[in-house]
Design a protein around this ligand. Structure first.
Ligand code: PEP
Length: 250
């Protein structure tokens, strides 16, 4: 049984007051929801504030949007797994397509980051996804399984709950275009099969697979109705109480 997970990726948005209002509003609006979990992934400067706001809400995870694989050292501007733990994080996004496209993230760096997260008991939300050209060339399965194998082969986990995978077609992120639920579910099944090959059938069944790409209150239910979609990673629509609360209450 995989508990649904709705994860908010605030990206480089929000200040302290706005974060305070958003998290308090969300907790109020979703107080009746008990059968699913939420993750809030603010930018680094808001982690400590959001940690205080979600304390006492065990179904709400605090997540960062990136980390460095070393624990400490001369890496100006970087933040490590022990630092994220220190501020109360339980999750961390790794390999978001924006980091792959703009900041040189590769499957190799994702692999090191996933290893650092797992060894410090942070749950990585590993993002994979194809470009429009790759989808149109029929390469989706190839691209996402290569990304998955590149980041996960050799990782030591005992349970599927130690990792989360987000399938985010790049052409659907922030564009208003979404994959159809059938398209997304088909790719999820390919990912789950690959997880079975990397780890085991048991672990593959336990891993939560999130869909990401222009998820909104109006389309979340149809994604959540798919057999292999266990939640969503939400960018734009996670920045407003009303829209993210509706997504959580799908
Ligand atoms: C994302 O950034 O992970 C994302 C899915 O963004 P959006 O929901 O805005 O498409």
């Amino acid at each position: 049984m995989r508990t649904p997970l709705l994860a908010a990726n605030w990206k480089m948005n929000m200040g302290r007051q706005a974060a305070h209002d958003l998290v308090n509003g969300l907790l109020k609006e979703t107080s009746e929801v008990k059968d699913r979990e939420m993750a809030i992934c603010p930018p680094f400067h808001l982690l400590a504030d959001v940690e205080k706001l979600v304390a006492g809400h065990p179904h709400v995870y605090l997540g960062a949007q990136d980390l460095h694989w070393e624990d400490s050292g001369a890496y100006t501007g970087e933040v490590s797994a022990p630092m994220l733990l220190d501020v109360g994080c339980q999750m961390v996004i790794i390999g978001h397509s924006e980091r792959r496209a703009m900041f040189g993230e590769t499957d190799e760096t994702c692999s090191k980051k996933v290893a650092a997260a797992i060894s410090h008991k942070l749950i990585p939300i590993l993002c994979v996804g194809e470009s429009l050209e790759e989808r149109e060339a029929g390469k989706t399965a190839d691209v996402v399984t290569t990304q998955l194998r590149g980041a996960l082969t050799g990782q030591q986990i005992e349970k599927g709950s130690q990792i989360v995978i987000a399938y985010e077609p790049i052409w659907a992120i922030g564009t208003g275009r979404t994959a159809t639920p059938e398209m997304a579910n088909e790719t999820m099944q390919i990912l789950r099969k690959t997880l079975e090959e990397i780890f085991s059938a048991e672990i593959a069944q336990e891993v939560r697979l999130l869909y990401g790409g222009s998820v909104k209150p109006t389309n979340i239910a149809e994604f959540m109705a798919c057999s292999d979609i266990d939640g969503a990673l939400v960018g734009g629509a996670s920045l407003k109480v009303d829209s993210f609360a509706k997504i959580v209450q799908y």
